[in-house]
Ligand binder design. Structure first.
Ligand code: CUK
Ligand code: CUA
Length: 639
């Protein structure tokens, strides 16, 4: 019977993929666009957008910043990948940000950004984002729009259920999408079942945003996919979807989807926090990098941590329960009230909604259907709040508008469906172009959503833009959701592969955004904060050049006494104190980096001259009418 259902779903999947067509020529290209759409997304020259939208860059490893409703790209913030535009991950100051226990990792895979909250509302202090491949979490300041901290998650693989945060920014979590030996060891792969684990990591965040791993929950070796914190009454709980509860070690469909239902794990983190505070848990060896960017020295440093506290969930009474959820649930979304937990069973047409209050009652009544590795499994009907029937095909993610409605993406049937919390009736549906993954409503995973706009982030682009060869940017679509029906207003290309996004009213950030690094606060070890401090210092083979830039010259601009075989450090301080006057620094043949230095900043590259001669350097950022004159020479002599 199970197999028949599965074949049906897969059959329909095939049909839908076919109907998309390889040339994307099927059906209407535009869907229902409202007649005055242009007017409603138009942001006049010199005017600002109403919302910031932060879109994950997926396989780009970074985070992009867009304005809504215009869909204009405002910035790309480098996080987990080197970024040539400003030298992140290349300059000596920022290279440590990409250090891990595996060494320097130049390119990451970023999935889910989440903005810090206070009492369940977006507070605009920081945005967190996860790296899936080499498990890490980053914190980005929304004052400087720079990555300030990256912490690696030890004993983990595929940090996917991240980086969601609790409603007072107490914790950010990290899951383990690929179960692994815990701790890692050499073991036969087919011995996985029962032996691999899926640790869930709770990272505490202090008042300055600083992250520290509080504890790791040693969970059974399922695949932990997505998560969301409780809010309101369910604050203190965290919910994680699982799949492959069969613990199959090869991922053929037949293996991984035998179970009709997988689980949503409900974790009472307050109980575990208490347990740990009272000395519970066991400290085990771990190796993980903790990278912090210090704004006063403008320099990042890496600390290698050595221990992590692990907790066996079975030893904390009432800490973890499993709620059976059909069809390999992907998204795990909690409504603004905290009462409803939506499991998006990606091989299903229906959506399963659990009730938090019913869950508490079921726990009290011990309404269990056995256990999984000693963790109680709650009876399915005892927690079920309702089912959204015939929502679509292949549900992935759900967001909320704060007006009692939910919006779910359906990847296979390629649409966004609006439905009502409590009655579970479908209210509206709009096709997406094509095959939508995540969607985002600003504040849509907080207690206070701003239910005016929704963007869908689509996985397949095909014919939406002018062709650009085989490789296309992905596509987002902006909807006005203030009325009864969703109204499609705009398509805009996105960068990399946005998975989730986070949006916030511009007013909550704009006023706090920093304009300049003050020279008098520059504590960089090699800063020259006036031209009188510039110098060249030789230490054996190493030459440190303390250099300054100001419109429109370098100081010093002629360097002699450098030899083939030297290692030259150019420490360049930008003396400007005007907003938005960066200078660049490019040295012929430099094979480590160029620089872009913001006013008040010091940045460093190294250069190892290979050839005798007189070699020029220049400024790469058009900074004044005399920009073309902004240049200098280095004389390189034989050994
Ligand atoms: S996952 Cu990408 S569509 Cu990484 Cu949030 Cu669901
Ligand atoms: Cu400085 Cu161009």
């Amino acid at each position: 019977m199970k197999n028949i259902i599965k074949i049906t779903v897969l059959g329909i999947l095939g049909l839908f993929l076919q109907s998309c067509g390889n040339d994307g020529s099927s059906g209407s290209k535009s869907g229902a666009i409202t007649s005055n759409a242009a007017e409603r997304v138009y942001v006049a020259p010199g005017e600002h957008d109403e919302y910031y939208a932060f879109l994950s860059g997926g396989y780009s490893g970074n985070l992009t910043v867009y304005g809504l409703p215009s869909g204009r790209l405002l910035k790309e913030i480098p996080v987990f990948s080197q970024f040539p535009t400003n030298g992140y991950g290349y300059s000596e100051e920022t290279v440590p940000m990409l250090n891990t226990s595996f060494g320097f990792v130049p390119w990451g895979d970023a999935h889910h950004p989440d903005i810090s909250q206070t009492e369940g509302e977006l507070d605009g202090r920081w945005i967190f984002i996860n790296e899936n491949n080499t498990p890490r979490i980053a914190r980005i300041s929304l004052e400087t729009f720079e990555t300030e901290e990256i912490i690696e998650i030890p004993h983990s693989a595929g940090n996917h259920s991240s980086s969601f945060i609790t409603e007072n920014t107490e914790y950010v979590v990290a899951g383990t999408r690929f179960s692994v030996p815990y701790p890692q060891e050499d073991m036969a792969i087919d011995q996985m079942k029962g032996n691999f684990k899926g640790p869930l990591t709770f990272i505490a965040i202090d008042d300055n945003g600083r992250m520290n791993i509080d504890f790791q929950l040693k969970m059974p070796g399922f695949n932990y996919d997505l998560s969301h914190p409780g809010r309101g009454d369910s604050h203190g709980w965290f919910f994680f979807t699982t799949y492959n509860t069969e613990e199959a070690h090869t991922m053929q469909e037949v293996n991984a989807s035998q179970n009709d239902k997988d689980f949503i794990a409900a974790v009472n983190w307050k109980k575990i926090q208490e347990y740990v505070k009272n000395g519970g848990g066991e400290e085990i060896d771990a190796e993980y990098a903790h990278n912090v960017f210090d704004h006063s020295t403008q320099t990042a440093t890496t600390t290698m941590e050595k221990k992590v506290l692990t907790v066996d969930p079975r030893e904390v009474e009432g800490a973890v329960y499993f709620m059976p959820t059909p069809k390999s649930p992907h998204g795990c979304d909690v409504d603004p009230s905290g009462e409803y937990i939506v499991g998006n069973g990606k091989l299903s047409t229906d959506l399963t909604v659990h009730s938090f209050s019913k869950m508490l009652k079921a726990i009290e009544n011990e309404d269990f259907d056995g256990d999984a590795y000693g963790i109680p499994v709650l009876n399915f009907d005892s927690t079920l709040a309702g089912t959204v029937k015939e929502g679509g095909l292949g549900p992935l993610h759900t967001e909320f508008d704060g007006k009692g409605n939910a919006y779910t993406t359906f990847f296979i049937s390629s649409e966004v469906v609006k439905w009502k919390l409590g009655t579970w009736e479908v209210l509206d549906r709009q096709p997406s172009y094509y095959s939508v993954g995540h969607l985002m409503i600003p504040g849509g995973n907080s207690r206070e959503p701003y239910g005016k706009y929704m963007i869908s982030m689509n996985k397949i682009t095909k014919d939406r833009y002018l062709p650009t060869g085989p490789e296309l940017e992905h596509s987002a679509q902006l909807y006005d959701i203030s009325g009864e029906k969703m109204e499609l207003l705009l398509d805009f290309p996105t960068h990399g592969e946005p998975h989730y996004a986070a949006g916030i009213p511009a007013e909550k950030i704009k006023s706090k955004s920093k304009k300049i690094y003050r020279l008098d606060e520059n504590k960089h070890e090699y800063a020259a904060i006036s031209e009188s401090e510039t110098k060249m210092v030789r230490e054996g083979n190493e030459v440190h050049v303390y250099m300054t830039t100001v419109r429109s010259h370098f100081s010093p601009d002629n360097l002699e006494g450098i030899k083939v075989g030297d290692k030259v450090f150019f420490h360049v301080t930008n003396l400007e104190q005007d907003f938005d006057v960066p200078h660049g620094f490019a040295m012929i043949g430099a094979n480590t980096s160029e620089l872009l230095i913001m006013p008040g900043q010091t940045k460093t590259i190294t250069w190892e001259p290979k050839k005798e001669g007189v070699w020029p350097f220049y400024c790469t950022d058009f900074c004044s009418a005399l920009h073309q004159e902004m240049q200098g020479y280095v004389r390189v002599s034989g050994k």
